[in-house]
Write a protein that binds this ligand. Structure first.
Ligand code: F6P
Length: 553
C-alpha cells in the first residue's frame, strides 16, 4: 500500500510556500551572483546524462525543503513498495514492475517470485531475439515465399507511442526492414500506410495489452482482410501476423497461433510497456542487440534512482523541480524541447506517460485534491519550435518551465549543422533566464541607428521579462543506451511526483467515459436514429451529420 499523506499538510509544504513568496521577488541571475558554484551545485549526473537545473528560481534552502517534502510523503517507503511488487496500482489491483523488464540476470533478486518473473521475461526476450533475427535476415518468408520488407505495428496509446518514438529516435541504426505505425481508427491512417505496401512482403504486429481496444482491433481486422484479398487462404494469416499482448485466448481467436504471441503481463502498464514485447517493432527496426542496449541504459538509471542519495538523484531532482514550479510558482504547463530531430515523437510519448499517469483530481483516499497535479506537457523539437511557439515562452503572459534535451554529438554529422543546433539550444535557456531590459533594447536600437522616437516606441516590445525557468539534459549522443536512460529518468520523475501528489499514477479511468459514450453514439449512427439518451447538443450534431451524409449520397 502506498502511504496516504496530504502533501499540503506537511511542514515542508508550508515552508516551501514561504520560500516561494520570498523567491518570487528575486531573479535567477541574482542566485548565480550570490553563489559562484551554483551551476555545478544545481546539477547532477545519472551515468552520462547531465542534468542542469540551475536556471530555476530555486535556492539551497528551498531545495532542502523539497527533499523534506519527499521524505514527509514517505517516498523511500513508496519506492520500496513498488520494487517489492506490492499492488501499488490499487484501483486496478496490480503491481507496477516495468523496471523488472530491464534487470540483467546477475542482478535478479533472490526471492522465488522475482526469479520466476525473470525467467518469463527472458523467455519472451529470447523469443523476440529469434524472431527479429529471422525476419531481419530475410529467412522468414511471407505466404508467396518472399522475404518480409515492411512491418506494420498496429496499436494505440502505450502500444504505439513508445515504440514509434523509439524507432524514430534510433533511425540511424535502422536496418533493411521498414517499420510503420498505424494507430488511429480513422481509415486514412491504415489506408495510406497500406497503399505503399505489398501484402506478400508485409508483416503485422497487433500490439494491444488488452486485445480489445476498438481502434486496434478495427485496424487489425481490416489489415487481415487486406492480406487475404491477395493471400486468399486463411492459413496464410499466421505467416503475416504476430500479437504482442497479455491475452492469449483473444489472440488465438483472432487466428494468430500461440507461437507467434509475444506475451507480457498485467504488471506492465500500457504507457510503460516499451520495455516488454511491445518493443518488438524496435527490435525489428534496429536489431535485438540495440534493443538490449536500450534496456541496459534504462536499468542503469533504475539503479541510480534506487541507490543514489536524494541530493544527486536525477529523477528525484527532476520531479522536485517540477513540483516546485507547479505547486509553488503556479506554472500549469511544461514544455519538453528536444534539440534532436530524431526525438520528434518524444513530446507525444511523454504526454501520455505524464498526463495519463498524473492527470488526476482525486487523492489516494478518493477525495478531491486541493492542489494542482500534472501540468500540461507539450513540445516540439528545436529549432522548429523557435519559429512557432517560443514567442509565447519568452513574452507570453504565462511562465512555461522548459526541459531542453541536447545530445553533444550528432548521429548525422553534416558539416557545421550541429554547432548551430547546440548554439540555439543553449541560447534559448540563456534568453529565458536573462531576458532583456527595456533600456538594453533601447540602447541596441539607437546603436543600430534608429530614429530615437521610433526606438522609444519599440523598446518595450523588444524587451524580454526573463527570469523564466528551464532545465537542460545533456548526453553524449542519442544512441540506444542513452535513449533508454532518458526514458527511465522521465518514468521515475512521473512516479515520484505521483507519490508526492498522493494520487494513483498507474490507472487511467479518465479514458473510460468517452469510450462508453462512443459505444452509444455508434449504435445511433449504425441505426440511423438519434436516441433519447443523447443530450440536445449531441443530438443536433447527429442530425446535422445525418444531413451531410444524405446530401453526399
Ligand atoms: O485508453 C487508454 C489506454 O488504455 C492506454 O492506457 C493504453 O496504452 C492504450 O489504451 C492501449 O491499450 P491496449 O494496449 O490494451 O490496446
Amino acid at each position: 500500500m502506498l502511504p496516504q499523506i496530504d502533501p499540503s499538510q506537511t511542514i515542508a509544504w508550508k515552508q516551501l510556500t514561504q520560500h516561494a513568496e520570498r523567491l518570487k521577488t528575486q531573479r535567477i541571475e541574482s542566485l548565480f551572483a550570490a553563489s559562484p558554484t551554483r551551476a555545478s551545485d544545481f546539477s547532477a549526473k545519472a551515468g552520462n546524462v547531465y542534468f542542469d537545473y540551475s536556471k530555476n528560481l530555486l535556492d539551497t534552502v528551498s531545495r532542502t525543503a523539497l527533499f523534506d517534502l519527499a521524505r514527509e510523503c514517505q517516498l523511500p517507503e513508496a519506492i520500496a513498495s513498488m520494487r517489492s511488487g506490492e499492488a501499488i496500482n490499487e484501483t486496478e489491483q496490480r503491481a507496477v514492475l516495468h523496471t523488472a523488464l530491464r534487470i540483467p540476470a546477475p542482478e535478479v533478486p533472490k526471492e522465488a517470485s522475482a526469479r520466476d518473473r525473470h525467467y518469463n521475461i527472458h523467455q519472451v526476450l529470447e523469443q523476440m531475439r529469434v524472431f527479429s533475427d529471422s525476419l531481419r535476415s530475410g529467412e522468414w518468408k511471407g505466404y508467396s515465399g518472399k522475404s518480409i520488407t515492411d512491418v506494420v505495428n498496429i496499436g494505440i496509446g502505450g502500444s504505439d507511442l513508445g515504440p514509434l518514438m523509439a524507432c524514430e529516435a534510433l533511425s540511424p541504426y535502422m536496418g533493411r526492414i521498414n517499420v510503420h505505425f498505424v494507430s488511429n481508427v480513422d481509415g486514412a491512417h491504415l489506408s495510406r500506410t497500406l497503399q505503399k505496401l505489398n501484402p506478400e512482403t508485409t508483416f503485422f504486429l497487433v500490439a494491444s495489452k488488452t486485445f480489445t481496444t476498438q481502434e486496434t482491433m478495427a485496424n487489425a481486422h481490416s489489415s487481415r482482410t487486406w492480406l487475404l484479398s491477395s493471400a486468399v487462404d486463411e492459413e496464410h494469416v499466421a505467416r503475416h501476423f504476430a500479437a504482442l499482448s497479455t491475452q492469449s485466448d483473444l489472440v488465438e481467436s483472432f487466428g494468430i497461433p500461440k507461437s507467434q504471441m509475444f506475451a507480457f503481463w498485467d504488471w506492465v502498464g500500457g504507457r510503460f510497456s516499451l520495455w516488454s514485447a511491445i518493443g518488438l517493432s524496435v527490435c525489428l527496426a534496429v536489431g535485438f542487440d540495440r534493443f538490449a542496449e536500450m534496456l541496459q541504459g534504462a536499468h542503469e538509471v533504475d539503479r541510480h534512482f534506487f541507490e543514489i542519495p536524494a541530493e544527486e538523484n536525477v529523477p528525484l531532482l527532476m520531479a522536485l523541480v517540477g513540483i516546485w514550479n507547479t505547486n509553488f510558482l503556479g506554472c500549469t504547463t511544461e514544455a519538453v524541447l528536444p534539440y534532436d530531430q530524431c526525438l520528434s515523437r518524444f513530446p507525444a510519448y511523454l504526454q501520455q506517460a505524464a498526463m495519463e499517469s498524473n492527470g488526476k483530481y482525486l487523492n489516494r483516499s478518493g477525495k478531491p485534491l486541493t492542489y494542482t497535479t500534472s501540468p500540461v506537457v507539450w513540445g516540439e523539437p528545436g529549432t522548429n519550435g523557435q519559429h512557432s511557439f517560443y514567442q509565447l515562452i519568452h513574452q507570453g503572459t504565462q511562465v512555461v518551465p522548459c526541459d531542453f534535451l541536447l545530445p553533444a554529438r550528432s548521429q548525422y554529422p553534416l558539416v557545421n549543422h550541429h554547432p548551430k543546433l547546440v548554439s540555439h539550444c543553449l541560447a534559448q535557456s540563456q534568453a529565458l533566464m536573462r531576458g532583456k531590459s527595456t533600456d538594453e533594447a533601447l540602447r541596441e536600437l539607437l546603436d543600430a541607428g534608429m530614429d530615437p522616437a521610433r526606438a522609444q516606441s519599440l523598446a518595450n516590445y523588444r524587451a524580454f521579462p526573463g527570469n523564466r525557468p528551464s532545465n537542460t539534459l545533456i548526453f553524449p549522443q542519442l544512441d540506444p543506451h542513452h535513449l533508454g536512460a532518458i526514458l527511465a529518468l522521465y518514468e521515475h520523475k512521473i512516479f515520484v511526483q505521483g507519490v508526492i501528489w498522493n494520487i494513483f499514477s498507474f490507472d487511467q479511468w479518465g479514458v473510460e467515459l468517452g469510450k462508453q459514450l462512443a459505444g452509444q453514439i455508434l449504435k445511433d449512427l449504425e441505426n440511423e436514429v438519434v436516441s433519447r439518451l443523447q443530450d440536445p447538443s449531441t443530438a443536433e450534431l447527429l442530425r446535422i451529420y445525418g444531413q451531410f451524409n444524405l446530401s453526399s449520397k
